[in-house]
Design a protein around this ligand. Structure first.
Ligand code: TXA
Ligand code: MG
Length: 350
């Protein structure tokens, strides 16, 4: 299959490109499209054939459910069998935006889309191209991140093409995304609302709007496998670069010294080594590849660059990667959740 890549300027895009993409969706084909978090791989959420195509293209286990993307709140009432008061508050506060909510599903949602579950994940993305695509096609769009299963999520169209070229009919290239890590997922079917995946919308932000406590799924904090995460996708090894990735945590000076020592050790053994630094420390490292993820004070930049950097190390065929740790105040939890998974929880404290 030939993959057609269409440029769409998010600020001003032509109807022609949009209509072509809508036609693909209406025929149960797949369109990769930009959202504010990461690129999604979209198909008609109400047709199980489209879901089958999504699983096949990504090489994704079919028990891992998809998020349904909507463009108006009224669609929520068609997809969810019950919409609690909490959901009304959260949708008013954060939609369109990087928040996914879990509901009991209605009968129109096929089990193909929910990976066999009786619940459905729903979000309204905050991106003009995504919203127009849903509106114009008349389809609610089931979309996982548009990467091959196990790879970092795509933050630009080129990443999608690397993974899915020849496997899907169309990619809408709307340039690099704004946030760079996937949406926060909150489960509203529990007595106490529970975060199944941390993201840009934090626990504190959710608690402030709800006026009640929000829990974090214990299964995503445990570094061992004693507790299973509730979101099926969180149990898979994910975001993993090809090289062995180790995080080093502590005071800046000690971290730099430790990483440089580890690099020398690996290089002495003939290995190629990469380092993930910050603007502040970039010049202090000696390695085969030193990349900066951004200024330490700019956590939005850290989130935005994370997946791109992990993919770059794959291109350079390094054998080992050492990274500083980023427990920044607001979205640090989401960033570290992704990095810890990429590192298989290998952390050195100095
Ligand atoms: O930002 C995002 O959420 C992006 C963009 C494209 O919207 N999408 C995304 O989808 O990250 P995906 O499929 O890569 O991740 C969805 C996660 C998976 O971990 C999946 O297991 C979980 O959501 N999930 C989906 N439906 C669920 C359900 N009914 N119950 C529990 N977890 C669910
Ligand atoms: Mg994904």
């Amino acid at each position: 299959m030939e993959t057609k890549i269409l440029q769409v300027n998010p600020e001003q895009f032509g109807d022609e490109e949009l209509q072509e993409a809508c036609q693909v969706l209406r025929n149960d084909g797949l369109v990769a499209f930009p959202t504010e978090t990461v690129y999604g791989l979209g198909g008609n959420a109400l047709h199980k054939e489209a879901a089958n195509h999504i699983y096949a293209a990504k090489g994704r286990p079919s028990d891992n459910p998809l998020i349904v993307h909507i463009s108006e709140v009224k669609s929520l009432y068609e997809l969810a069998a019950d919409v609690p008061e909490a959901a009304k508050k959260l949708s008013e506060a954060f939609w369109p935006g990087p928040l996914t909510m879990i509901f009991p599903k209605s009968d129109i949602v096929p089990y193909g889309t929910t990976g066999g579950l009786d619940t459905v994940a729903i979000r309204m993305p905050n991106h003009p191209v995504a919203l127009a695509l849903i509106d114009e096609s008349g389809c609610m769009i089931a979309a996982p991140s548009a990467n091959t299963s196990g790879k970092p999520s795509p933050t630009e169209a080129g990443h999608v093409a690397l993974d899915l070229d020849g496997k899907i009919p169309m990619i809408l290239d709307g340039g690099p995304v704004g946030i760079g890590i996937e949406s926060t997922i909150i489960d509203l079917t529990e007595k106490v609302p529970m975060i199944l995946r941390p993201g840009y919308i934090t626990k504190e932000m959710l608690e402030e709007v709800l006026g009640e406590e929000v829990r974090i799924d214990p299964g995503i904090i445990a570094s061992d496998s004693t507790k299973k995460p509730k979101a099926p996708g969180m149990k898979y090894k994910h975001y993993a670069p090809k090289a062995d990735l180790v995080l080093v945590e502590g005071e800046q000076e000690a971290v730099v010294a430790k990483i440089n020592a580890l690099v020398r050790e690996k290089q002495a053994a003939g290995l190629k080594v990469g380092v993930v630094a910050t603007d502040e420390t970039e010049s202090l490292y000696q390695a085969d590849y030193v990349v900066t993820i951004g200024a330490r004070s700019d956590e939005d930049a850290i989130a935005r660059h994370l997946y791109k950097i992990l993919r770059e190390f794959d291109d350079w065929n390094v054998d080992a990667i050492y990274s500083e740790s980023f427990s920044t105040p607001r979205i640090g939890q989401a960033i570290m959740n992704r990095l810890m998974k990429a590192a298989g929880h290998q952390v050195i404290h100095v």
